[in-house]
Design a protein around this ligand. Structure first.
Ligand code: NAP
Length: 255
């Protein structure tokens, strides 16, 4: 099949969710520096306002505060803006968990933000992209979605679901000229990982991660993953037989 059109600033605005901190904040800045008008979304309006103030030209950042778990609220907040040509659906949450303290409410909250929240965002933009026969959507998942990792019951499940959904979505919407990509970062230094008390191999600075993500948006690859020194071995582990996989990962389970 022919390669899909990668939208440019002439096609509309970019939308970045989870832009009040971490990867999303730096992706929004990088896109503004490339000349995009960026709708920056998260719940913390004051952080988004501060981000808009320091947006690098020639583009600009417009704060659009919203909670991605509120489907109607997402649509209403986006309505005055657009059209959205490029969406980086990055908002997410991570709460380490384990069997002895399994809490269905916390588990459901992770699924609600990471999975259903992403679906709410897709529902707000896909009809317009389908009508216009163009658009680009990058779904930020995680290597935690490849296979089960320790302390990652809810988070891993939410990200595995995103990985699968992104593949299904690509098959569905590429016929409408919409480019779908899946972003699977390894460990990136952000507020989300600052709470981790275990070693994080090849921890990547967030500025570098954002630059890798934005470069990946211009590629024809379905999956954007970094740092490769960490994520490529994990991609290989994904293909290992179960017994071998568990033998190799068991040693990383916290005592
Ligand atoms: N850091 C890593 O090592 C790593 C690795 C793999 C994947 N990821 C993924 O990368 C994405 C960004 O993570 P990060 O590391 O940059 O973490 P972060 O700094 O904690 O950023 C998370 C962002 O999501 C927003 N968010 C959370 N819940 C939301 C909600 N209900 N509605 C709207 N926005 C919400 C937060 O903003 P508000 O609190 O203001 O709403 C914040 O801007 C996540 O999907 C994460 O799973 C991160």
């Amino acid at each position: 099949m022919t390669s899909l059109h990668t939208p440019t600033q002439a096609d509309g605005v970019a939308w970045v969710t989870g832009a009040s901190s971490g990867i999303g904040e730096h992706v929004a800045m990088a896109l503004a520096a490339e000349g995009w008008t960026v709708l920056a979304s998260a719940r913390r309006a004051e952080s988004l306002a501060a981000l808009a103030e320091r947006a690098p030209g020639p583009g600009r950042i417009i704060p659009v505060a919203l909670d991605i778990t509120d489907a109607d609220g997402v649509k209403a907040a986006l309505a005055p803006h657009g059209p959205v040509a490029l969406a980086v659906l990055n908002a997410g949450t991570y709460q380490p968990d384990e069997a002895k303290s399994l809490d269905p409410t916390t588990f459901a909250r992770t699924i609600d933000v990471n999975l259903i929240g992403t679906v709410n965002c897709l529902a707000a933009i896909l009809p317009g992209m389908i009508d216009r026969r163009r658009g680009q959507v990058a779904i930020v998942s995680s290597v935690a979605g490849y296979r089960g990792l320790p302390r990652s019951l809810a988070y891993g499940a939410s990200k595995a679901a995103l990985n699968n959904m992104a593949e299904s979505l690509k098959l569905d919407v590429e016929r409408y000229g919409i480019k779908v990509q899946l972003v699977c970062p390894g460990f990136i230094k952000t507020p989300l990982t600052d709470k981790n008390d275990f070693p994080m191999p090849f921890l990547m600075p967030v500025e570098k991660a954002a630059a890798r993500l934005v470069a990946g948006l211009k590629s024809h690859a379905f999956q954007i993953t970094f740092p490769r020194r960490f994520t490529w071995p994990l991609l290989l582990l994904r293909r290992f037989p179960d017994a071998l996989y568990f033998m190799m990962v068991r040693g990383t389970v916290p005592k």
